[in-house]
Design a protein around this ligand. Structure first.
Ligand code: XMP
Length: 513
């Protein structure tokens, strides 16, 4: 695949992935490398630009991550961010010191708009808000550098040495809170590094398809399709590349949402691939009967999934390639530079290691989630599939609290469907990151017509989040909640009470089990 490359050298900052994502938003391919990467390797990669990330250390301590000084004289443009800025100053002969107080949060920043870096950032004025998070600061400018931004408490909020193509910002341009931050990165990668913007999902699709064809030749590939975004987009890409040499096995465990199994099947009809849907609901429900502990449920579903998949795969016989929907954040989180420890990734359980295959193909391995979605669109997958909210591998099994029965699953499916329908009607389906209904194991007294009822309480959960590690409660309007409640108790039997979960994560988790 030929496209220009900018690399991010990771010094342990919390926003390293975000930097790479923002650079890709500028149409430039970007990869994250550990600061332990050898300089010879970097020379070999011959990137158009390099970005040093932030990090939690102090550059003047001998144990802190550092880099071979020679990198500054390769003639490749470098942008240092936060710790990366201090490191650049330190390696160039400037001084970095510990400040008495930390500069943290949104900070008024004054720019030199005639500077090389900021003059190329469209929309940026001579002052604006940046996101700061540092205690150390550059107290003495290295020779050859010029100050190009400052704040009330930070004398060197940005500096540049145009001749040596070295640029540094103490703030975080990759974070949304920095006004015009992406434009600052754009100025660096597009103007200073001279990248042309050759990274698009259209180009990616074309070259990935060619690569897959060359690799697979006339052999066979197997893919476990869950209906989630990643496995669906991987399937679409392989379908375009190798058509009926691909077999997708879709294990329908009977724990999907209303109509979902059929939707997945329908989405992949007409692609000219071998599509096998295994309706294994009875088998899963049988194994789950009487089980109420959440972790036991997960374990049973994971094991059963592998068994069903393995049985189907055996019918096909030996395949050469197993396709996996691993995406770039999984790769980064599994340890940079340590290719060996990259985790095997599957929605439900582990990798079926007894399925007979020679090699793994991971066609989404270098893509971020938003790129996977754009690629899905590019390949012609429907919005429903591409914009699907995350859905846990164990499915509704962990949203029916306590023991699972077919009847409870049906009740939950109907209620959840109404909830999702009303959220979409209110136009909130794209701004809320995950929303679903939970069938609690509690019954309470109600009154319906002239009669007393004793039915289930249903909980609604809707959250906004960027990383699913923390989450906020989506502030659903009361009238919407009222409408949803009225519809569910009227249209779904066995539910007579609706509650809305108003707990953030932490302390609660997103799912109830
Ligand atoms: P929690 O409940 O841990 O959820 O706050 C965070 C995110 O992970 C999803 N989740 C799962 N996904 N298998 C999965 O594939 C699971 O067992 C599982 N449990 C939770 C959850 O839906 C949310 O997006």
């Amino acid at each position: 695949m030929s496209h220009q490359l900018v690399i991010v050298l990771d010094f342990g900052g919390q926003y390293n992935q975000l930097i790479a994502r923002r650079v890709r938003e500028c149409g430039v391919y970007c990869e994250v490398f550990s600061y332990k990467t050898d300089i010879e390797k970097i020379k070999e990669l011959s990137p158009a630009g390099i970005i040093f990330t932030g990090g939690p250390n102090s550059v003047y301590e001998s144990t802190s991550p550092t880099y071979d000084k020679q990198i500054l004289s390769l003639g490749i443009p470098i942008l240092g961010i936060c710790y990366g800025a201090q490191l650049m100053a330190h390696l160039s002969g400037g001084t970095v010191e510990h400040a008495e107080s930390r500069e943290y949060g949104r900070t008024q920043t004054y720019y030199n708009k005639n500077s090389e870096l900021f003059s190329g950032a469209s929309g940026l004025g001579s002052e604006g808000i940046t996101w700061m998070s540092h205690t150390d600061y550059i107290s003495k400018l290295p020779e050859g550098f010029e100050i190009i931004a400052h704040t009330d408490s930070c004398p060197v909020a940005a500096m540049e040495n145009v001749e040596k193509k070295l640029y540094a910002v103490q703030f975080h341009p990759e974070v949304n809170h920095t006004d015009h931050g992406t434009q600052i990165l754009y100025s660096f990668v597009r103007r200073i590094c001279g990248c042309t913007g050759d990274w698009t999902m259209e180009n990616y699709a074309v070259s990935a398809i060619a690569d897959i064809r060359a690799k697979v030749g006339d052999k066979k590939a197997l893919l476990a399709l869950s209906g989630g975004v990643d496995s669906s987009v991987a399937a679409a890409l392989l379908a375009k590349a190798i058509g009926d040499q691909l077999t997708c096995i879709f294990v329908d465990h009977g724990l999907m949402r209303k109509n979902e199994g059929d939707e997945v099947e329908q989405a992949f009809s007409g692609w000219g691939i071998n599509f096998i849907r295994v309706n294994a609901a009875d088998r899963f429900l049988g194994r789950l009967a009487g089980v109420s502990d959440p972790e036991t449920k997960r374990k049973i579903i994971g094991e059963e999934f592998i068994r069903v998949f393995e049985a189907e795969a055996k019918k096909i016989g030996a395949v050469d390639f197993l396709v996996q929907g691993t995406i770039y954040p999984d790769v980064i989180e599994s340890g940079l530079g340590d290719a060996a420890v990259i985790k095997s990734h599957h929605n439900v359980g582990g990798l079926p290691d007894y399925v007979d295959f020679k090699e793994i193909i991971e066609p989404l391995r270098m893509l971020f989630k938003d790129e996977v979605r754009r690629l899905g669109h590019e390949l012609g997958l429907s919005d429903v599939l591409v914009n699907r909210q995350p859905f846990p591998g164990p499915g509704l099994a962990i949203r029916v609290i306590g023991e699972i029965t077919a009847e409870k699953l049906d009740i939950l499916r109907d209620a959840d469907y109404i909830f999702r329908e009303e959220i979409a009607k209110a136009g909130l389906d794209t701004s809320i990151n995950q929303y679903f209904a939970v069938l609690t194991n509690m019954r309470s007294v109600g009154v319906m017509g002239d009669g007393r009822t004793y039915d289930y309480t249903l909980a609604l959960r809707a959250v906004t989040t960027t990383d699913f590690m923390t989450a906020d409660v989506a502030p659903l309007p009361y009238d919407l909640l009222g409408r949803i409640s009225a519809r569910i108790v009227n249209e779904v039997n066995s539910i007579n009470r609706i509650v809305y979960d108003v707990t953030t994560k932490p302390p609660a988790t997103i799912e109830w089990e």
